[in-house]
Design a protein. Structure first.
Length: 539
């Protein structure tokens, strides 16, 4: 290595795993116009370069520049995967370092990816969510508060009405891109997935889907996984999971998703984000391939499928709600939302564990959190350890027996109106009935956790679903109310997690009768692979 050489540069579609034998290499955040470059790290002898993007195939964010001449050893990503598979102790050191470096990048405010837009724009919120949930390092410039935002608009000759604006690598300009357009520019999907017959297709990358992906790939199945937003699913938005076995101090949903994604990638699973499935076409005869149509018009074929699409949070039946989504109305409480609400009053709606976790997380970032629940008693719906912490937190006020009936605000949320249920009113001195209790809160954000519905609309014409829309599996198919769409007459009974389409399995929250917990979802995703192997052996 000669001084001044580059081992890789930002914008490269891939790079090697470099081990420094002699000399030094510095990791540089390249300077933009009017800015100074930043040296983020320096690696000397016995150090190695790389982070999560080396295994996930994402476009390179930073430059690796030789600052002192020397020698280095290069391994291709494929060779690195083999080393990781063969050397457990070395694997642990490398993978933990990759995870740690990605976390440092997320906190370092790198300039490779910039999102310029208003905090009151739903599209700005959408793009920031895509970047944050996929753990992509980005820099957000708020049109209302950052002077630099206006300078960038002038530099690229963009009007404010054309925002949000995405600037990638200082040169690529995207005006209000779709999620797919942004993902393509960032290299989220670098490997084409159409045109192959996979052994296993996993739809959904929540805990169940990631578990199925990891175990399928580790056991030799050619595996591809589709996810519409980001790995982690609903669990990925949780600020803290404290009742997951083996993590006594708890872990965040993002941390769980990062580790599971990297583990699946380590064994060769292909994760494709964002890719949304819109239709399932089952093989008509035993042994035929199954087909999943995607929202971009392409299709993926596979010998077996695991459905792990999970659930989506329900919405409040309040006028004007959708217009404020992303501008004060949220369905996840992550660091991105907490930063927007710093020092403000916020409302959390719901009485389950998700609402409790969000409430405690937000209490550490906001001025006050109002926890609104329809029932009178949280003990029936929330774990005791969460309830005790909420009761002892001075920044949290629990409002029982109330529900949200109105939201105030045009471009952003300014207030929330609560009212007690029917029958909560009393009588005045004249004996006339009065209305139920009403309360107005000045709040700049509302977080909604009021239950969920299965993401199965695209399966209604193909598989047997229960009355609530969850996928029916196993022996329950024999008791299906619709015998024409139940388990087909054959020599064998359906496997435990098998749907009404032989070779298509369901795992996690989307399955009828499942236990809605992270640990059980991981378990179902894991054991689904056992039945996949049995099905493929018969096939």
């Amino acid at each position: 290595m000669a001084e001044g050489d580059y081992l890789f540069r930002r914008g490269d579609e891939g790079y090697d795993f470099w081990i420094v034998l002699a000399g030094e290499v510095e990791i540089v955040d390249r300077a933009e116009d009017g800015e100074a470059e930043r040296v983020l790290a320096v690696h000397g002898a016995r150090g190695f370069l790389g982070e999560m993007s080396l295994l996930t195939g994402q476009t390179v964010y930073l430059d690796a520049r030789v600052s002192r001449a020397g020698r280095a050893l290069a391994l291709s990503p494929e060779r690195l995967r083999q080393v990781i598979s063969d050397e457990p102790e070395l694997s642990e050191r490398i993978l933990n370092t990759f995870l740690g470096r990605r976390m440092e990048l997320l906190e370092s405010d790198v300039t490779s990816l910039r999102i310029v837009g208003s905090r009151y724009s739903p599209d700005t919120a959408r793009l920031r969510e895509l970047a944050a949930r996929n753990r992509l390092p980005y820099n957000w410039l708020d049109l209302e508060r950052d002077r630099e935002a206006d300078a960038l608009l002038r530099r690229f000759r963009v009007e404010p009405k054309d925002t949000p604006l995405v600037i990638w690598q200082g040169t690529t300009l995207l005006k209000n891109p779709t999620n797919s357009e942004l993902a393509e520019a960032l290299g989220l999907e670098t490997r084409k997935i159409a045109g192959y017959a996979y052994d296993l297709l996993v739809v959904g990358a929540g805990p169940a889907g990631l578990a199925a992906s990891m175990y399928g790939a580790s056991e030799g199945l050619r595996t591809v996984t589709l996810e519409s937003v980001a790995p982690g699913g609903q669990a990925g938005t949780s600020s803290r999971i404290e009742n997951y076995l083996g993590f006594p101090a708890g872990l965040s949903g993002a941390e769980l998703a990062s580790r599971a994604e990297l583990q699946a990638e380590k064994f060769g699973a292909v994760l494709s984000v964002p890719r949304e499935a819109v239709a399932l076409r089952c093989g008509e005869r035993p042994g035929q391939l199954h087909h999943v149509d995607l929202d971009d018009g392409t299709e993926v074929t596979a010998k077996s499928i695991v459905l792990a699409t999970g659930v989506a949070y329900r919405k409040l039946d309040v006028e004007g709600l959708e217009a404020l989504e992303g501008c004060g109305v949220y369905y996840a409480a992550t660091q991105a939302e907490a930063n927007l609400c710093s020092g403000q009053d916020v409302v959390v709606v719901g009485g389950g564990n998700s609402a409790g976790q969000a409430c405690l997380f937000l209490a550490g970032h906001t001025r006050r959190v109002y926890l609104v629940v329809r029932g009178e008693n949280l003990e029936d719906s929330m774990s005791r350890y969460l309830l005790e912490r909420i009761e002892g937190n001075p920044h949290v006020e629990v409002l029982s027996g109330l529900e949200v009936v109105a939201l105030e605000g045009d471009d952003s949320l300014r207030g929330v109106t609560l009212r007690g249920g029917a029958g909560d009113g009393g009588e005045n001195d004249g004996g006339e009935k009065t209305g139920a209790e009403s309360r107005d809160l000045e709040a700049q954000a509302i977080f909604i956790f009021i239950g969920a519905e299965p993401c199965t609309a695209w399966l209604r014409d193909t598989l047997v679903l229960d009355r609530e829309g969850y996928v029916v599996t196993g022996s329950d198919l024999r008791r299906s109310a619709d015998p024409t769409r139940g388990w087909p007459r054959s020599r064998r009974s359906p496997y435990l997690l098998e749907t009404s389409c032989p070779g298509v399995f369901a795992a996690g929250d989307v399955r009828s009768g499942s236990v809605k917990r992270v640990a059980s979802a991981v378990g179902e995703g894991s054991i689904a692979i056992k039945f996949v192997h049995e099905y493929l052996a018969r096939r």
